[in-house]
Design a protein around this ligand. Structure first.
Ligand SMILES: CCC/C=C/C=C/C(=O)SCCNC(=O)CCNC(=O)[C@H](O)C(C)(C)COP(=O)(O)OP(=O)(O)OC[C@H]1O[C@@H](n2cnc3c(N)ncnc32)[C@H](O)[C@@H]1OP(=O)(O)O
Length: 318
């Protein structure tokens, strides 16, 4: 029998446990040093509405796990989504993330029971100032939850099957790459429920697809659009016949990303995000500031040497 304890980053001690006592008869073995693997720290992701796994080296797979309610966003899921992506952003073992949904479809948007609860704030006897503060806090909390995908420095690939409705569009608009199955359909449904989308779609979706006219038509009408149209307008980059093929290809893309320099990858994502919202001149200044530091990273030399020797480089966790 063994007990393993962590005594520092990447450093573990292995103990042999005695037959009669777990403490007194411990014989200390040599302290060994090894590289942590993604599987080691999955216990750090103990979520109720999300399943987190690491099917490939440095690749994490996050699955929305409320299949009985079609992965609708209830309070727990809003909170856990934000926490999970903040944690993945800090986890040096993670270099790329795939996000998919369990069950029949990707997500049916906000949980309608929770939305009704939010409506009860409006009808309460509280003073209007208090009601406004409560609603502002909730909307901001939901916004932060979905923005965590964009703020996570590791590339996030959304793999959509079945359907992606309302808050689901807000969610995947904050991802870096979107794949779907051929049967997938999409709907910016908020106006149909009497509200303006407020957690990211109106800010990100038009910039993602490039056409203001198409974006406005889809936001104004709440018309469903299918996978072929989603590809045509540039919202989705690849379509797959079924979910198994979709997830497999999304994980392969994540693996390709994870094999490259994490310093280069994270700086690329950060710069693309910054440049989307700034002028070319500001974007150029931004990357000059970043790269005056990061060109000194060991990753650059490792990648150059590996390329010259026609080998693949191994990069340190970052
Ligand atoms: C501050 C707010 C910020 C956020 C705003 C976000 C806004 C939005 O997301 S707007 C979009 C809201 N979503 C919807 O309007 C979709 C509602 N669902 C459906 O239209 C259908 O369920 C759907 C077409 C997706 C699938 O239909 P199907 O016949 O295949 O399944 P159902 O029998 O309807 O559903 C199965 C069980 O799932 C429950 N469910 C489905 N959607 C939701 C939801 N959004 N919230 C809560 N629960 C949902 C449904 O009730 C069934 O449960 P049960 O009766 O217990 O079997």
């Amino acid at each position: 029998m063994f007990r393993i304890s962590s005594v520092g980053k990447h450093t573990y001690r292995f103990y042999i446990l005695g037959q009669n006592s777990l403490v007194g008869n411990i014989a200390k073995c040599e302290s060994i040093r090894r590289q942590s693997t993604s599987a080691d720290n999955l216990a750090n992701y103990p979520y109720k509405s999300l399943i987190v796994s690491s099917p490939k080296k440095h690749v994490f797979h996050v699955e929305i796990n409320r299949p009985e309610k079609l992965n609708a966003f209830n309070k727990v899921l809003w909170r856990e989504m934000g926490e999970c992506f903040a944690q993945l952003g800090e986890d040096s073992l993670c270099r790329a993330v795939v996000l998919s949904g369990q069950g029949k479809l990707f997500t049916a948007g906000i949980d309608l029971t929770d939305l009704t609860e939010l409506g009860s704030v409006v009808t309460s006897d509280d003073d209007i100032a208090k009601k406004c503060r409560t609603l502002f806090k909730t909307i901001t909390h939901y916004q932060n939850s979905l923005s965590s995908l964009e703020e996570c420095p590791k590339p996030v690939i959304a793999a959509v099957h079945g359907a992606c409705i309302g808050a689901g569009i807000d969610l995947i608009s904050a991802a870096d790459v979107r794949y779907c199955t051929s049967d997938a359909w999409f709907q910016i449904k908020e106006v149909e429920l009497g509200l303006a989308a407020d957690v990211g779609t109106l800010q990100r979706f038009p910039k993602t697809i490039g056409s203001s006219s198409v974006a406005r038509e889809l936001c104004f009408t709440a018309r469903k659009f299918l996978s072929d149209e989603a590809v045509k307008i540039g919202f989705i980059s690849r379509v797959f016949p079924d979910k198994a093929g979709l997830v497999k290809s999304a994980l392969e893309l994540a693996e390709t990303i994870a094999k490259k320099s994490p310093v280069a990858m994270q700086t690329t994502k950060e710069t693309l995000n910054y440049s989307r919202d700034h002028t070319v001149e500001e974007g150029l200044k931004f990357i000059a500031g970043r790269n005056m530091a990061f060109l000194q990273s060991a990753d650059l030399m490792k990648a150059a040497m590996a390329m010259m020797n026609k080998e693949s480089a191994e990069f340190s966790d970052y």
